[in-house]
Design a protein around this ligand. Structure first.
Ligand SMILES: Nc1ncnc2c1ncn2[C@@H]1O[C@H](COP(=O)(O)OP(=O)(O)OP(=O)(O)O)[C@@H](O)[C@H]1O
Ligand SMILES: [Mg+2]
Length: 411
């Protein structure tokens, strides 16, 4: 791809497909947004494709909208991948340094990273990312960049992020069928971190939590590296479902109740505060207590947060991340959520908005756009190359394999 071609981020959510078309500014520190597109998502649930035809039409709808705005057809995209089939694993690799004088070269680093992947055994998974954390040169631990150092034995500790082959293939197939080539498949929340987190936050320790409609995905960073990734099958859509059941209303009415009157903090709502359902939908009748709605929300939020905290406990970081918790995704906009997060996690918390953008399109600053913007930012960072590339060396040969596979089945 030429340097001038715009970067496209494609985020396949359970409720909304979002496209962001952007170009890096001179110097690369900012992204200029050229256009966006969005379409309600059918055929996608919890990051998995449930209907290929429906998913293709939703993706096409979002792409067309972005194309109308920019006047340029979308031919390539960085595509986000999400879903509970994705898991992360610690791996370790060891190789002997190839050169006789013992100077470590890029090829040695590539070989050791490749060696670490042999620990990932099941045949039904595809490796999406291999993120080296630290290297060991002979017995010196904690080496960040071993290239040029002298040594005989090179080791790496890395984080591997993998997904189920079948799910990866279905997603890839849908995107190709819309006529778009995939530059790279990137774990959604990892891409989002490019857009909303600062280098300093990743350095001192931070958790990024994307609360979507059907999933909540977490990524923990420390010392600039990925420490952990976890995807939980519960999101803000479950809050809507709980309200629908609790109030015995339709899902659409429950969603409006949540957006217009919902809060995660029942203690802030007066006892006499009431919602007239007929004002939302004339077919409904009766009044409901706003406090009752808040209690329903609070219960589900507590469940999501306790599942997230379990993920933090897995890496011994519960209550221990100095830069706290950054919340993105549509669910992050729920009233009172940040306050509850501070209390429950015993950490600083804030909503994450995409940073360093030049745009007149307001909605890209919203937390639900973090993933789509992050995917374009990921592309920009790859183009810049350099230090970052060696840090997040992404092994996406899955794309090459799948391209061949999709061509076979569609021709
Ligand atoms: N202002 C708001 N207050 C509360 N909730 C909101 C608000 N805006 C959006 N949401 C909720 O956010 C959810 C949608 O978020 P988002 O668009 O990030 O999900 P998605 O990407 O489609 O889903 P997923 O990532 O799980 O596949 C919905 O449940 C919606 O009700
Ligand atoms: Mg999402």
């Amino acid at each position: 791809m030429s340097r001038e071609a715009p970067l496209v981020g494609l985020d396949l959510g359970s409720t909304t497909v979002r496209v962001v078309v952007a170009t890096p500014t001179e110097g690369g520190s900012e992204l200029q947004i050229l256009g966006v597109g969005e379409h309600s998502a059918d055929g996608i649930s919890k990051g998995a494709i449930t209907s290929i035809e429906d998913a293709i039409s939703s993706i096409s709808g979002a792409l067309e909208q972005a194309e109308r705005m920019t006047g340029v057809p979308v031919t390539h995209a960085y595509v986000g991948i999400n879903g509970t089939h994705i898991s992360s694993q610690e791996v370790h690799g060891v190789v002997a340094v190839a050169k006789a004088d013992g100077e470590i070269r890029e090829e040695d680093v590539e070989r050791v990273i490749e060696a670490s992947q042999t620990m990932v055994s099941p045949s039904n998974v595809e490796i999406l990312h291999v993120i080296p954390r630290t290297f060991t040169v002979d017995n010196q631990k904690g080496v960040k960049d071993p290239i040029g150092m002298s040594g005989i034995r090179l080791e790496v500790d890395a984080q591997v992020i993998q997904g189920l082959t079948a799910q990866v293939k279905n997603l890839t197939k849908c995107v190709y069928r819309t006529g778009v080539e995939i530059d790279e498949l990137v774990l959604g929340v990892l891409a989002a971190s490019e857009a909303v987190l600062t280098k300093r936050q990743k350095e001192i320790g931070v958790a990024l939590l994307n609360i979507g409609a059907s999933t909540s995905s977490l990524m923990v960073f420390e010392e600039g590296d990925v420490l952990h990734a976890g995807i939980i099958p519960v999101g803000a859509g479950h809050i809507t479902n709980d309200i629908a059941i609790g109030l015995r209303t339709s899902i659409d009415v429950a969603e409006r109740v949540k957006l217009d009157f919902g809060t995660a903090m029942p203690e802030e709502v007066g006892k006499r505060d009431e919602i007239n359902l007929a004002e939302i939908d004339p077919k409904e009748s009766g009044v409901v207590s706003r406090k009752h709605v808040a209690e329903i929300i609070e219960a589900r939020v507590a469940e999501i947060f306790s599942m997230v905290d379990k993920e933090l406990q897995k890496v011994d970081r519960s209550g221990l991340l100095p830069a706290g918790l950054i919340l993105i995704g549509g669910g992050a906009k729920l009233a009172g959520l940040v306050e509850v997060a501070k209390r429950e996690f015993r950490l600083p918390a804030a909503v994450g908005n995409p940073l360093n953008l030049i745009t007149a399109i307001d909605k890209v600053h919203e937390p639900e756009y973090a993933t789509a913007v992050g995917l374009a930012a990921w592309g920009a960072a790859l183009q810049r190359g350099g230090a970052r590339q060696s840090k997040f060396s992404t092994v996406n040969d899955v794309i090459g394999k799948l391209r061949g596979w999709v061509k076979n089945i569609t021709s």
